[in-house]
Design a protein around this ligand. Structure first.
Ligand SMILES: *Cc1c(COP(=O)(O)O)cnc(C)c1O
Length: 374
């Protein structure tokens, strides 16, 4: 194993990721393609490192948010289809061609530019058309359906582009609004079909819609949260499991007398004689600084509250109640065992969502990959 020089690490169980993809496959069946979303370094799990596991487990495509993420992935994985779901600025479009990535297109001008670059490179480029059905983030305006359809028809005539997909993104603003957005997508599909244009992949569903609204799976689902074991759905259910454990070890123990303070500004003072552990992780590892007075780590199965201001690289926990505690003992920061803080609980504690908690996990904590048992 690569030396990581540090006790603070993210342990990622590839067998759980693979099982999550298999559960998604069983749920959606064989006719629906699975695009695993690996943006933001695979929500902190390491995109390059987990790509093979996801594809081998049955994913059909990988999707990223940015060109840079796509290029990083492509350099390590020459074969996998990679869709960029975000905007690629014109000046970088040539790299989409160079690295065989699939861009999201939502203007005729950009399609024409890409067509010219593809012609110059002598290879066709696959694209997915994005339709804005209400999210108002990216896409051709579905409110101006006639104009939008007209432009997509023009794109379909560009001989170096292959229109592989058309998609939208749901705001998840309630059943009625979801349906209204989907109807706009269907309207565009029907009008284009009447003009002889169809797509291999029509897609709309993210993790929540994939589970809650089977009728929105269409030809392909774009699942991120589900792959990483986040259960955010409301109607349906899928027993995906968290694949990630965030761990460290105690650097030093301190014995504080009642009334002594610790960390910046002494914002915490020992209410009684206390044993305090210093732990070598902090907000620069992507742990929320907001966990002060809320968070805990688990040591020997005991919840140990964080005390005082969290620092960039270190923080302190009250370990008074842990029997026989010593420097070097393991502490679980995020886990899924008894008395361990799950990603879901972390999100609740700091008023965030699960995706943010994992996506913010930084480069610094090393990733260690296991397959089943450590
Ligand atoms: C991030 C993203 C997804 C995946 O969302 P999850 O909720 O993590 O499944 C799907 N589609 C688009 C366009 C996205 O940006």
């Amino acid at each position: 194993m690569k030396e990581i020089y540090r006790d603070t690490r993210l342990v990622i169980d590839l067998s759980i990721l693979a099982n999550n993809v298999k559960l998604i496959r069983d749920m959606v069946g064989d006719k629906v393609a699975i695009a695993c979303v690996v943006k933001a370094n695979a929500y902190g799990h390491g995109a390059v490192e987990i790509a093979k596991t996801l594809m081998d487990a049955g994913a059909d495509m990988l999707t990223v948010a940015t060109l840079s993420e796509g290029v990083d992935l492509r350099k390590e994985h020459p074969e996998y289809p990679i869709l960029i779901m975000g905007h690629t600025p014109d000046q970088y479009l040539e790299y989409v061609v160079k690295y065989d990535l699939i861009p999201t297109i939502f203007t005729l001008e950009q399609a024409e530019l890409l067509n010219a670059l593809a012609e110059k490179a002598g290879k066709p480029v696959k694209v997915h058309i994005k339709l804005d059905t209400g999210f108002h983030r990216l896409g051709f305006d579905a409110r101006a359906m006639e104009e939008t359809v007209g432009e997509i028809v023009k794109i379909s005539k560009l001989s170096n582009l292959e229109l592989e997909g058309m998609f939208t993104h749901l705001a998840l603003a309630g059943d009625e609004e979801n349906q209204r957005q989907m109807d706009l997508l269907f309207e565009a599909r029907d009008q284009l079909k009447a003009k002889g244009i169809s797509f291999k992949y029509m897609h709309a569903a993210d993790s929540i819609a994939t589970v809650d609204n089977p009728e929105y799976r269409l030809d392909m689902v774009r699942v991120g949260a589900l792959v990483y074991g986040m259960r955010g759905f409301h109607k349906g259910f899928l027993p995906v499991e968290q694949a990630l454990t965030f761990k460290t070890r105690i650097s030093q123990l301190h014995h504080l007398k009642a009334g002594e303070g610790l960390s910046y500004d002494y914002l915490w003072k020992a209410p009684k004689d206390s044993v305090i552990a210093t732990l070598p992780f902090g907000y620069a590892d992507g742990y929320p600084r907001d966990m002060r007075d809320k968070g805990y780590v688990s040591i020997k199965g005991v919840k140990c509250p964080l005390v005082g201001v969290l620092c960039m690289d270190q923080l302190m926990a009250d370990v008074s109640q842990v029997e026989g505690v010593k420097a070097g003992d393991e502490a679980v920061i995020y886990g899924s065992g008894p008395n361990e803080m799950t990603i879901e609980e972390a999100a609740k504690l700091v008023g965030s969502n699960k995706n943010e908690i994992i996506a913010r996990l930084m480069e610094r904590p090393a990733r260690v990959y296991i397959n089943g048992e450590l």
